[in-house]
Write a protein that binds this ligand. Structure first.
Ligand code: NAG
Ligand code: NAG
Ligand code: NAG
Length: 321
């Protein structure tokens, strides 16, 4: 198969290059190293049974198969990889029946399988099927359904003014299977200029707790009050209701966290808290995905530190630094 141009799939350029390497059998699997006399003939990093070549590692290994099953069921349609990976047939819709979304999904799954394999080799992280599949599916959705241009910016411009600003966006993604959440926040002024943004991850047991943790995380970054936040936007309607009404939840840990939130809000002279659909603030959603995938807390004071794919989401939404 000839080279594919960077950008054929609706995915970041780096991922297209990875696909290109796969098609040329140039991904540095154990067998690749062995072939070039760069290492011993070590078995598959996932199953430890077969030789680790591209077709085995990414496709026929029973552990990878578990991931493909999850991806396929999340997608709701069959994915056709019957001719293997390196042949590239899966990239031809006329032959394989895979449409552009399915092709992008396959590429993304391959990429996250590769990352999981490298994390296993270098950090001894165990492969978590659901985590890999959710990251792969989420990643494609993020790119495939490009947001309406300037959506977040227009949302801010049409709904808020100087007196409502700074505005604090929070978001959270919750992974039910791993009980991990990605947390994020963005402080913006009333002209959609970002003051500061951050992401992190946390162990939680429900989506509401994820949203509460995210709010806590954001408020703790504001605890010194220098930004003087006036409006808080939260994507979890249940949490907004509880904070507004003072109702109790069933979960004592959650109640404790909500008390902390209310305490900080009091010291900040009670900014107003409102529900916002996540779709209206995709940058915060993307940051939460970033948070889920990284162990450490990330804080962004200048846009230049943002990974490129995040920068792109921010740009598309019309937010600027
Ligand atoms: C899957 O792709 C192969 C070519 O790679 C093709 O021959 C086959 O018909 C496809 N199967 C389906 C169900 O579309
Ligand atoms: C988005 O905002 C930028 C900067 O204000 C503007 O140049 C651009 O035309 C806008 N895009 C659309 C599609 O409205
Ligand atoms: C985002 O926009 C800024 C300036 O508006 C530009 O410098 C930067 O290259 C853009 N980044 C991407 C990934 O498009």
């Amino acid at each position: 198969m000839g080279g594919i141009d960077c950008g054929i799939l609706k995915l970041p350029c780096g991922l297209n290059i990875f696909v290109w390497l796969l098609l040329h059998n140039a991904v540095k699997t154990n067998e690749y190293h062995y072939r070039l006399n760069l290492g011993p003939q070590s078995p598959c990093s996932f199953c430890g049974l077969n030789n680790e070549n591209v077709e085995h590692l990414f496709l026929s290994c029973w552990k990878s198969q578990m991931v493909w099953n999850l991806v396929s069921s999340a997608y709701g349609k069959a994915i056709n990889l019957s001719q293997g990976i390196a042949s590239g047939f899966w990239l031809q819709q006329e032959v394989s029946g895979n449409d552009l979304f399915a092709q992008s999904l396959i590429a993304s799954t391959l990429w996250f399988l590769w990352k999981a394999r490298c994390n296993k080799v270098f950090n001894n992280d165990q492969l978590v099927y659901s985590k890999v599949s959710q990251m792969a599916v989420g990643y494609v959705r993020e790119f495939f359904y490009a947001p309406s241009p300037n959506l977040s910016k227009n949302f801010i411009l049409y709904n808020f003014q100087f007196a409502d600003s700074p505005i604090l966006f929070t978001d959270a993604i919750f992974n039910d299977d791993t009980s991990m959440a990605g947390l994020s926040f963005i402080f913006s002024d009333f002209k959609a200029n970002i003051i500061c943004a951050g992401s992190s991850r946390s162990h939680v047991s429900s989506y509401v707790e994820a949203a509460a943790s995210s709010l806590c995380f954001a408020l703790q970054n504001e605890a010194n009050g220098v930004r003087n936040v006036k409006t808080i936007l939260c994507p979890c309607a249940e949490l907004v209701r509880v904070v507004q009404t003072g109702d109790c939840m069933d979960d004592w840990r959650l109640n404790l966290q909500i008390e902390v939130i209310k305490g900080i809000m009091d010291t900040l002279l009670v900014p107003k808290i409102l529900f916002v659909p996540s779709d209206w603030n995709r940058p915060a959603r993307s940051l939460a995905i970033h948070g889920l995938n990284h162990h450490e807390i990330s804080l962004f004071h200048h846009g230049r530190e943002l990974p490129r794919w995040l920068m792109k989401t921010f740009n598309l939404s019309g937010l600027s630094f």
